[in-house]
Design a protein around this ligand. Structure first.
Ligand code: GAL
Length: 351
């Protein structure tokens, strides 16, 4: 009987061991699921050149929103320092990201990021600060998402020309020459260079004589732009007839200065234009203090960046399942001119 009990116990143990092993298949299946899930949600390493940039904060938001349910984004503030960004890229590679989405601090630094990506055998999507085509062509797994920089300049210049012709009173000294000051973005940044050049050339192409009173960089920044505008108003006073800003952040800085100097109260007016169509500027267009801007489509640039980075992270074609087109390894989201007449359109783009 004792022998029988021992046998029975042994049998129970064997059976329960079989049971265990079959139930231990379940976690194995779970593990498989986790592996699949990781593939479904690849890690993507993203850098923003600095969080303290009005327009880029909207691009960042669009990337994060577009990643929902698709990819795990490791988001980094490069604090406007290329060395910080380089370290962040190393760190993200060590953390096992499957692709990189890089908003360069220094547009000339693309080659060093490409060298890191190549070494780690990772694809890289640059966005907002355009690398040279030579850099992009140096690596078959490098792409760019942004805009055609000169388009913003042309749209802004044509808008200025049209408004200037429609408002002869803006030529305050009546000399038939549009005397402007221009707030330039970061020197060497393709957007800043092209916007500056083409805004002015498009005004001239529209048959308007121009005089450049001042052209300096405000580095895309409101505070710097306010300081410059303060100095220019002190120097040129009423001789300034137009303020052209390479971006809305600087337009807002100039606006502050103009207001502090008595503009937009009573009859004192100054036409002022920017680029980006950020919500704060759209409010000012409604108030009548800024006459126009150019929509730089943050939502679609962020979306395209994430979609390409997600596709290449999975080993897919960069455009798979997307509506974008690649020309010379770049997706370019169009700019749109914005005045009070089509403001709702721009408001929707930033929702
Ligand atoms: C431009 C934008 C600027 C600034 C810059 C940063 O496209 O118009 O406001 O954000 O990018 O690279």
């Amino acid at each position: 009987m004792k022998k029988f009990l021992v046998l029975l116990l042994a049998l129970v143990m064997v059976l329960s061991a079989v049971g265990c092993s079959s139930s231990s298949d379940a976690p194995a299946a779970d593990t498989e699921k986790t592996v699949e899930k990781t593939e479904e949600m690849p890690k993507i390493g993203v850098t923003i050149y600095k969080y303290d940039d009005n327009f880029m904060s909207f691009v960042r938001r669009a990337i994060t929103n577009s990643a929902e349910g698709k990819a795990e984004v490791l988001m980094n503030d490069s604090q406007n320092t290329q060395a910080v960004q380089n370290d962040q890229v190393d760190m993200m590679i060590a953390k096992g990201v499957k692709s990189l989405a890089i908003n360069l601090v220094d547009p000339q630094a693309a080659s060093s990021i490409i060298a890191k990506a190549k070494e780690a055998d990772l694809p890289v999507v640059f966005f907002n600060k355009e690398p040279t085509l030579e850099d992009l062509n140096s690596y078959d797994r490098a792409w760019y998402v942004g805009t055609a920089s000169k388009e913003a300049g042309i749209i802004q210049g044509e808008m200025i020309a049209e408004m200037w012709k429609a408002n002869p009173e803006w030529d305050t000294n009546g000399d038939g020459v549009l005397s402007y000051v221009l707030l330039k973005g970061e020197p060497g940044h393709p957007d800043a260079e092209a916007r500056t050049k083409f805004a002015v050339s498009s005004i001239v192409d529209a048959g308007i004589k121009v005089e450049e009173l001042e052209l300096q960089t405000g580095m895309w920044d409101s505070v710097k732009a306010k300081e410059l505008m303060d100095a220019w108003l002190a120097k040129h006073g009423d001789n300034i007839e137009f303020v052209i800003a390479n971006n809305d952040g600087m337009a807002l800085g100039a606006l502050q200065s103009l207001k502090a100097n008595g503009y937009f109260a009573g009859d004192k007016f100054m036409p002022l234009v920017g680029v980006d169509a950020i919500p704060d500027v759209l409010e000012q267009i409604k108030e009548g203090t800024i006459v126009g801007t150019v929509l730089n489509d943050a939502a679609n640039q962020g979306k395209a960046t994430l979609e390409l980075a997600n596709n290449v992270a999975r080993g897919n074609d960069p455009l798979e399942g997307t509506e974008w087109k690649l020309v010379d390894k770049a997706v370019r989201v169009p700019y749109v001119g914005v005045t009070i007449d089509n403001i709702e359109f721009a408001e929707k783009a930033y929702q």
